[in-house]
Design a protein around this ligand. Sequence first.
Ligand SMILES: Nc1ncnc2c1ncn2[C@@H]1O[C@H](COP(=O)(O)OP(=O)(O)OP(=O)(O)O)[C@@H](O)[C@H]1O
Ligand SMILES: [Mg+2]
Length: 242
Amino acid sequence: MSALSVRDLVAAYEPDLPILRGVSFTVHPGELVALLGPNGAGKSTLVKAIAGTAPILSGTVQLSDVPIEALPVHEKLARGLGFVPQTENVFTSLSVGENLQLAADRLPKSERQKQIAQVEARFPDLIKHRHHRAGALSGGQRQMLAIGRALIGAPSVLMLDEPSAGLSPRVVGEVFAALQTLNRAGVTIVLVEQNVRAALAIASRALILVEGRIAHEGVPSALLGDDTVADLYLGRKGHVSA
Ligand SMILES: Nc1ncnc2c1ncn2[C@@H]1O[C@H](COP(=O)(O)OP(=O)(O)OP(=O)(O)O)[C@@H](O)[C@H]1O
Ligand SMILES: [Mg+2]
């Protein structure tokens, strides 16, 4: 069984201008796969297309071997696909508690409190801020809240789009440590990142998307050891070069 399987995915915002030009990859249960690549390669479009917020022209997406590409966003969520978009991933005017409550509203009533309690147990620091507005949190706390919201409903696959954006190196370390803990607890993760070095440090495998296609794929040590790949896409200092 695969956790997530994408085949020949073509996605476009305008019909004659494909951004993803036939993307295929498989994520196995328990993996943490880093999705890397230059600016504009289509990384965000890829996770959005899988999540249902960017238009798919053709191709298939399977979650635990079940086709989901034609399902509406809320159905994908209900089937265990979690997504933390890069922006607007929390309601800034609502409190931390209200943000979690709102994420739980789509669940059957009997499960809501249990799911919220599980997230609270995972992120005890968040709970200290339960009554604070999400907009008043630090960048790292806000990202934890966004991840917490996505974990409500216990997704089998969690996709995140650049969770380290705008965070200090210390806080990036905290967020990535949280992702690693989640992954070790059994959550399969697809992590879009510009912060290549940090992503490769926790990834079991990496995909490099270039101009709408998977150009390279491998375990971090192999990609870093391939001079051409490292020079072109991983950067000597661990940054993606455009
Ligand atoms: N909503 C949109 N409508 C039209 N074109 C878009 C839209 N979003 C992205 N694009 C275009 O799609 C291409 C891929 O963008 P995308 O955001 O997926 O790349 P990315 O790999 O995530 O880049 P970055 O590293 O900058 O986040 C770019 O040419 C971009 O201009
Ligand atoms: Mg992006």
